[in-house]
Structures are given as C-alpha cells and as structure tokens.
Design a protein around this ligand. Structure first.
Ligand code: SF4
Length: 312
C-alpha cells in the first residue's frame, strides 16, 4: 500500500484530489500539505484548509513561506523567475516548482511515496498546459512521481500506477477550464468549496505597481512589507504609506503594532494616517497628509512601534 502527500490549496480541485486519494488508499495513508504564500488573495484560506482537513480526518502540514529563509527564497523567485511570468509579476511555473521541491522533502520525511496535486490539464494557461506539467516535474526532479488524479488518464501512468499502488481505472480524465465534472464529483462526495480563485495578488497589474518599486529598492523583503502591500497609497518606494480611509488608518496602526516596526503619524484633524518605515520620511509624510486631508492640520502625533533600529 502506498502513502500519499496531497498539495492542498483549499480550492475545489485539490479537495477532490485528496478525497480520491482517500478512497484509493484509505485515510491513514493520506496526508496533506498547505503552503502559506506571501501574496495569497483570500485571507481565510488557511482556516478553510484546516477545517477541511479536520472534516476529512487527514493530517495537515503547514509550510509558512511568509517568514525566514522560505520568504527569502520565494522573493528571489519573484525577482528572477527562470520560466517567466504571467500577466503581472506572478512566476507561476517557478512557484509550482518551488512548492513541489518543498513537498518532496516533506514526503521523504513522512515516508510518502506519492505526491499528489489537484492540477487539471489545460485549466490554467500558464502552469497547467500539458508540456508545462512535464517541465515542472523535471525541474522539481519528480518525473513520474506526481499523481494528478483529476487528469491522470490523460497523462502517462505514474510510478505509483505502474507499481500497482493505484488503480488507474479509478482516476479521472478532466481537461480544460469547464468545471462540470468537478462539480459532479463535489456533489457525489458532498463537499463544499470556495469560489474559484484567479491566482494570487501578483496576477494584478495594480498590485504589482506597489510591489515593483519595493523589490527594486530593497534587498530584503520582510513579512511587514508583505502585509503593507495590501493597504494604502504608497510613496517613496513603499517607505511612506497613507491610509485611504478610517479602516485603512486602523489597519496601518494594527500592522505596525503587530510587527513592531514602523512609525505611525496621525494628524490632529480628520485625515489619513501615515506609516513610515524610517524617521527620514517624517517631513514628506506630513506634507502628504496635509495634501490628502480636507481640513487644516496644525499638529501631528508620532507613535513609534520599532523595537530596535532593525533594518529600517
Ligand atoms: S498565481 Fe501566484 S500563487 Fe498561484 S501559482 Fe501563480 S505565482 Fe504561485
């Protein structure tokens, strides 16, 4: 009997892949891994994935790529992808290779001999073309070892099928973007699932406008920078961030407190707050606040959340 490690993103396809593997191998022979990636769009995804794994009684491993060396490695990929980008800064092919390489290590550790993904041939133009699936496998040094239960019958048999660990007849032959068969399966297995996601924030040109100058001007991107990309108007290569409304002012304050970094400047009249990453941006931030407020501002309050001088 084989053991499988399923890459679980939380979307319908990977949920189905996990259930199919459970049906084939039994729940005690299936574990899942979820990657927290820096530019995920959907904020409750982690909780959803944890909930789903509990419901399915499958052990879940979480790999956090928003801190430490994994963040650095991932940011290097975004800066210099080997296999190009999609519509924005999204290096989808390299991103898949990255995740599979990490999954390979984990599979070795938990003694899983099959790595499983919910990929569907032709579903995504950049990373799920048949030739790209082979390229990704080759680059991750996992040729013949990745089982894609939803499209397996369209692809050459994997090692697991050749060894008789998996009954190929029980696998699917889904191709393309239509999700009709996936919905039938979701109904059959009685599972709920989130709306299909369009990728991560890196796919959106407006978001990339905030990220690009920071990538160009800074060598080390931290979890703090990542959190700030999702809020406010950015100036000076992302070193000054202005809240666009009350909610964003609060979000800036919250982020500074949480990461113990940055300085918050608040005006004495209604208007945007600013988060600055260094004291040297104080004058300019105050000017920007004045320019973006409808009221006459006469004073400011500064709150430093920095624990130490740190990188800023
Ligand atoms: S959309 Fe983003 S998270 Fe998804 S594969 Fe592409 S780069 Fe990775």
């Amino acid at each position: 009997m084989g053991k499988a490690l399923v890459l679980l993103s939380g979307g319908l396809d990977s949920r189905l892949a996990l259930i199919i593997m459970k049906e084939l191998l039994g729940k005690s022979n299936v574990e899942a891994v979820y990657f927290i990636l820096p530019f995920e769009e959907y904020s409750n995804r982690k909780e959803d994935v944890i909930g789903f794994s509990k419901e399915q009684k499958v052990k879940l491993h979480i790999i956090n790529c928003v801190e430490g060396t994994l963040l650095k490695e991932y940011m290097d990929i975004i800066r210099n992808p080997q296999f190009g980008r999609g519509a924005g800064l999204n290096p989808c092919i390299d991103c898949h290779i990255f995740m599979l390489q990490k999954a390979k290590k984990l599979a070795r550790k938990i003694k899983a001999d099959i790595i499983v993904t919910g990929e569907v041939v032709g579903e995504r133009p950049m990373s799920q073309r048949e030739d790209i699936l082979y390229l990704i496998e080759k680059q991750a040094k996992l040729q013949g070892k990745i089982l894609r239960p939803l499209s397996a019958k369209l692809l050459p048999p994997t090692e697991a099928e050749n060894k008789g660990l998996i009954d190929r007849n029980k696998l699917e032959s889904i191709r393309g973007r239509q999700r009709k068969r996936q919905m039938e399966l979701a109904e059959k297995f009685r599972i709920s699932y989130p709306n299909p996601a369009g990728g991560c924030s890196l796919c959106y040109p407006d978001f990339c406008k905030k990220v690009t100058p920071v990538l160009k001007s800074r060598k080390n991107i931290t979890a703090f920078d990542i959190a700030l990309f999702t809020m406010g108007r950015h100036f000076e290569n992302g070193n000054i961030i202005l809240g666009k409304n009350e909610k964003e002012n609060e979000a800036l304050e919250y982020t500074a407190k949480k990461h113990r970094k940055g300085i918050i400047i608040t005006p004495d009249q209604p208007g945007p707050s600013a988060l600055i990453k260094s004291k040297k941006y104080e004058r300019e931030a105050k000017e920007l606040i004045r320019r973006h407020s409808k009221h006459t501002i006469t004073g400011f309050q500064l709150i430093s959340h920095r624990l130490s001088k740190g990188p800023y």
